[in-house]
Write a protein that binds this ligand. Structure first.
Ligand code: 5GP
Ligand code: MN
Length: 336
């Protein structure tokens, strides 16, 4: 892929600047991987860079090179605000709507610094001076890879390669979602040549469960429910079940995918109760043509991609289940 706007981006970076790089709230492997690699590249080019995350991220990402320097707004609000205020340039990565960064949104809106969006979600909002939006790409990390590679292919060191590999791997479901292309594999091959320890990365992300997390998965799977005559399943975890397994942030990551392991199932949904915030966090995963993002947007104030989306419900877990079943029944013509 060729980045047509590279010269516009380079023009913004032609003198040394104070820069902040921001991932979305509850950053995942792609959000963190692309932010850390991009920040590292900018530092190499002589800029002063801070990665500012709206909040915390799961333990299975804390091995990522450079993450120790991330400022979390939820922990260090004053410091985060100060860096954003002082920024001469702001990058927002892996999201396209300032609502996705929670309390950082108003701080970014207040800033007079130009904003650059680098993202792969559909329908970008119009907040950036430069919008690098590629919805056909499987991950933001793959876009960042192309930008860096086109600009200076020798810049990718083993740490940057690890971060980009992680972002591409996590957002493509380890290279199996339809968004994975020959180009994705060429990028991955190059990142391995640049020193990404692929086997360690897979192990760090996927084979690092705590005993409690496996027990929680067991509970989730026990709750798996199939709809009558519709190729959809859902699972749920109540606050009580989460507490019983000493829930830690990130523990439920990937659980929803187990629903899609069933033959002929086209939609899997997980509902996770959060009593403290008074809401149910929902994730939607689909195979084939079922538009998970428009389903999430229509019924659960969410969005995302065709095959992977998220949303939220402010009803009780039981009510949410009933709403979900009704919504799926209403949309049964969208299944193939
Ligand atoms: P997850 O289910 O892993 O939280 O999110 C899957 C996809 O849906 C991600 O691409 C994420 O950006 C998007 N997503 C998750 N939650 C929301 C939400 O509340 N609103 C919107 N617009 N997108 C979401
Ligand atoms: Mn992403």
């Amino acid at each position: 892929m060729k980045i047509q706007q590279l010269s516009a981006l380079q023009a913004l970076l032609d003198t040394s600047k104070s820069i902040v790089v921001i991932p979305h709230q509850n950053p995942d492997g792609d959000a963190l991987g692309s932010c850390l690699a991009w920040a590292s590249f900018l530092q190499q080019k002589g800029h002063r860079v801070h990665v500012i995350s709206p909040n915390d991220y799961p333990d299975f990402l804390t091995w990522m090179p450079g993450q120790e320097a991330i400022v979390q707004h939820s922990q260090s609000a004053a410091k985060a605000a100060q860096y954003i205020e002082a920024a001469e340039l702001i990058f927002t990565l892996d999201f396209n709507d300032l609502l996705r960064i929670d309390a950082l949104g108003p701080l970014v809106e207040k800033s007079t610094a130009p904003i650059v969006m680098i993202d792969h979600h559909q329908n970008p909002k119009d907040y950036a001076a430069l919008t690098l939006s590629f919805p056909h790409m499987g991950s933001t990390a793959e876009i960042v890879y192309h930008i860096i590679n086109q600009w200076d292919a020798n810049a990718i060191d083993p740490d940057m390669a690890s971060c980009l590999y992680t972002g591409i791997m996590t957002d493509t479901g380890s290279f199996r979602f339809p968004s994975t292309t020959p180009d994705t594999h060429r990028a991955i091959a190059h990142l391995m040549e640049c020193g990404a320890p692929h086997s360690d990365i897979h192990q760090n992300i996927h084979d690092s469960y705590t005993f409690d997390r496996v027990r929680l998965l067991g509970m989730g799977l026990t709750n798996l429910t199939k709809l009558n005559e519709i190729p959809a399943v859902f699972l749920s975890l109540s606050q009580q079940e989460l507490n019983a397994c000493n829930y830690q942030k990130g523990d439920t990551e990937g659980f929803v995918n187990y629903g899609l392991r069933l033959k002929d199932i086209q939609l899997a949904v997980i509902m996770i109760e959060n009593q403290r915030e008074g809401k149910i966090k929902m994730s939607f995963r689909s195979k084939g043509g079922f538009p998970a993002h428009t389903f999430a947007e229509t019924f659960f104030s969410g969005g995302g991609h065709k095959n992977a989306a998220g949303g939220v419900s402010f009803s009780s877990l039981e009510e949410t289940k009933e709403q979900l079943i009704k919504a799926i029944q209403q949309w049964k013509n969208h299944f193939e």
